[in-house]
Design a protein around this ligand. Structure first.
Ligand code: NAD
Ligand code: GLY
Length: 363
């Protein structure tokens, strides 16, 4: 049964778009008719998600001329080569400038499909149907698209907003536990940045979320999307405030790149990264000890790592952190915390505090 439990809007003037959250949405042709303004639709998915959800989606898309591009699964395939496969499928099927690309999958598929949509014939339609918790609360909203480079995470990309985001919470029933935890990292992030009451709610409801209680999931997804939509509407191109959404990510991207893409999940790296950012804030006298302990405890209860991998030594960690989109004039900038719900961006951080929180022998 189709049940839209929540809807909100990313307010970006004539590029604004709806986010619909509910159950049974994959079975609602009307929603897709509203979101897609073309006849030609290329559904981009991967070898894991397509067997689970493609058939249902195709039933909802009978009004369109639909083709599929099915990619291999994994962060390691978030590459220019895979992007080229999408372009090839579009060209082989004579897709024109009026077509729409629909991303069915997690953040990897969403980011790649969005970049393909931004660049194919200089920009075509784009709709997100995210199927992981992480993509439902973060990557499908806000228009950051792109691929990895072997030397740095998400280093090639574009800002390109979708025309709609359809979140069917029922797809989370097939998600592995480890992936669910990865999504919880980005949810905790919103509480830490500027939503202390959401952090309190997460503290009280973490076990319900890990049990996949539908009402708890819908609430967490709605609140996360609302927090993100507000930031994106205020600072779409990350001139300032949007950088706060990268709390834990400078550390996290260093872990992902350093360990090899896919070894640590993005959300796991962000979980450990947020602990490092909080620990550094505490060492610098910005954050009190009790708040640090509360943050680390909640991240652990979400099933996430709270420390970086010992395989990356401190010197290498620092050099990996230098390949970051927040670097300006060669100077890294970090998101730190003055409290739960009070994040800020700064280049004025204490190198000793950084070395000590990495907790690794100096190389
Ligand atoms: P993912 O896309 O790799 O998906 C995780 C795994 O779950 C994959 O194996 C996938 O095939 C599988 N899967 C997806 N949906 C499923 C389902 N319903 N049931 C069973 N299995 C399912 O990873 P992710 O965590 O969704 O996204 C991580 C990516 O998102 C990273 O590349 C990260 O850089 C990016 N990201 C982008 C933004 C942004 O703003 N654009 C924000 C955060 C993260
Ligand atoms: N995930 C960070 C952002 O969208 O800005």
């Amino acid at each position: 049964m189709v049940d839209i439990k929540n809807s909100l809007r990313v307010e970006l003037g004539d590029r604004g778009y709806p986010i619909l959250i509910g159950t049974g949405l994959l079975d609602a042709p009307r929603l897709f008719d509203d979101a897609i303004a073309s006849r030609q639709v290329m559904v981009v998915s991967n070898e894991t998600v397509a067997p689970l959800y493609m058939r249902r989606l195709l039933r909802a898309l009978t009004a369109f001329d639909v083709r599929q591009a099915i990619l291999p699964d994994g962060e390691v395939y978030k590459t220019l080569d895979m992007l080229n496969r999408i372009y090839t499928a579009l060209l082989e099927n004579r897709f024109d400038r009026g077509c729409t690309l629909l991303a069915l999958g997690g953040g990897v598929i969403g980011d790649m499909t969005g970049f393909a949509a931004a660049t194919y014939q200089r920009g075509v339609g784009f709709v997100q149907v995210p199927t992981t918790l992480l993509s439902q609360v973060d990557s499908s909203v806000g228009g950051k698209t792109g691929v990895n480079h072997p030397l740095g995470k998400n280093m090639i990309g574009a800002f390109y907003q979708p025309s709609g985001v359809l979140i069917d919470v029922e797809t989370l029933s097939t998600l592995p536990d480890r992936e669910l935890s990865a999504g919880l990292a980005e949810i905790i992030k919103y509480g830490l940045i500027d939503d202390a009451s959401f952090f309190d709610w997460l503290d009280a409801n973490m076990e319900a979320l890990r049990r996949r209680d539908t009402e708890a999931l819908v609430h967490a997804i709605q609140r996360s999307c609302a927090d993100k939509a507000r930031v994106v509407a205020a600072d779409e191109r990350e001139a300032g405030q949007r950088a706060l959404l990268n709390l834990g990510h400078t550390f996290g991207h260093a872990i992902e790149t350093g360990m090899g893409y896919g070894t640590w999940l993005h959300g796991e790296a962000v979980g450990a990264g947020m602990c490092l950012a909080a620990a550094m804030s505490e060492r610098m006298g910005l954050l009190d000890r009790a708040s640090l302990e509360r943050i680390v405890a909640l991240i652990a209860r979400a099933g996430l790592p709270t420390a970086p991998p010992p395989e990356i030594d401190a010197k290498r960690f620092r050099s990996l952190m230098a390949v970051d989109k927040k670097v300006r004039d060669g100077k890294p900038r970090l998101v730190l915390l003055r409290g739960i719900g009070d994040a800020f961006l700064t280049s004025m951080f204490d190198d000793d505090a950084l070395a000590s929180v990495l907790g690794l022998p100096s190389a």
